[in-house]
Design a protein around this ligand. Structure first.
Ligand code: C5P
Length: 311
């Protein structure tokens, strides 16, 4: 198989993420917030397949949550293909198919994952060999979480979350994710954060050394003690029912529970795969979530996994 533009199709696999520390600073003049955002990629994956197709970008999607995925130019995968083609002065003639397994409800960067995957798939399909730092810069233009989807593993994101420093992880962590019914708008959650912190001095965001050490040593109990999300009060304020989901998971034996990113997905750190199964069962039986998914971390970032047969 050639990597010089003769491929007819390329498939990229890309992971979801959880934020093990989301420290949020005050609102900046541009409306964004400075972050100390510790991302951890988890083993729930979308696959994006790019196939040459005349007439511009077309997006399709399969999977249980497919009806909730926009197929127009608001889809980050479509925007990624267009941005890459514009960068190289070529026509964005591609059909992108998203095989969606990352929950669409929000907080796991599923849309960002598809943007990063589409960028890598198109770069490979079109034989562009765009340097990695340029791909990461294009990712950052698409959204604050997109560069991490390309990178995977674990990383500290600063600025609005797009400046990444990879972090060492010393072992596997086990997770359960409770997927809520309906989404939460990320801008609305940040606006609620601003409302809740109005009139207070919001400290500069930092990732604590204890958290970085827990990741480095792979110690789930130590990590559980340091998990924190500054957006959680805002997400709970907009969606009070998430409190019952969090309590259900901790009562069932999770080491710690938190809202993932801007929610409404909630994340439960557990000590081993057996605990993951029992927490997932308790969450499903409680009726406090739409579904529960088990995953491990860290997971590899966006990677080319194959090419469909020539047409
Ligand atoms: O960068 P992205 O498009 O994913 O951000 C979506 C929205 O989330 C932004 O428009 C902004 O309202 C909010 N946001 C923020 N500060 C960040 C990242 C996102 O306020 N660091």
């Amino acid at each position: 198989m050639s990597s010089t533009g003769t491929r007819t199709g390329v498939t990229v696999r890309v992971p979801a993420k959880v934020n093990v520390r989301l420290a949020v600073g005050g609102a900046r003049p541009d409306g964004y917030h400075d972050l100390a955002n510790v991302f951890l990629a988890v083993s729930l994956y979308d696959e994006v397949t790019a196939v040459r197709s005349p007439g511009g970008v077309r997006v399709s999607c399969s999977g249980p949550d497919a009806p909730q995925v926009p197929l127009d130019s608001t889809n980050l995968a479509a925007r990624a293909a267009e941005a890459l083609a514009a960068r190289h002065g070529i026509a964005p003639d591609v059909h992108l198919h998203i095989a969606k397994d990352i929950p669409v409800a929000g907080g796991m960067a599923g849309g960002s994952a598809d943007g990063a995957a589409a960028l890598l798939a198109c770069d490979t399909l079109w034989g562009l060999s765009t340097p990695r730092d340029e791909l990461l810069a294009l990712c950052a233009e698409l959204g604050s979480d997109v560069p991490f989807s390309l990178l995977g593993g674990a990383a500290l994101g600063t600025g609005r979350g797009e400046h990444l420093t990879p972090l060492p992880v010393g072992g596997d962590f086990h997770w359960v994710f409770a997927v809520a019914d309906g989404g939460l708008s990320t801008p609305a959650v940040y606006a609620e954060f601003d409302r809740l912190t109005a009139g207070t001095a919001v400290p500069p965001p930092v990732a604590t050394p204890a958290l970085l050490e827990a990741l480095r040593t792979g110690d789930p109990t130590a990590l559980a003690a340091t998990l924190a999300n500054d957006l959680q009060p805002a997400a709970l304020s907009l969606r009070p029912s998430l409190a019952a989901t969090l309590t259900t998971g901790t009562t069932a034996g999770a080491l710690a529970a938190l809202v993932s990113g801007s929610g409404p997905t909630t994340a439960f750190l557990v000590k081993d795969p057996e605990a993951a199964q029992s927490v997932a069962t308790a969450l499903l039986q409680s009726g406090t979530c739409r579904t529960a998914r088990v995953a491990t971390s860290p997971a590899e970032g966006a990677v080319v996994v194959g090419a469909p047969p020539r047409q």
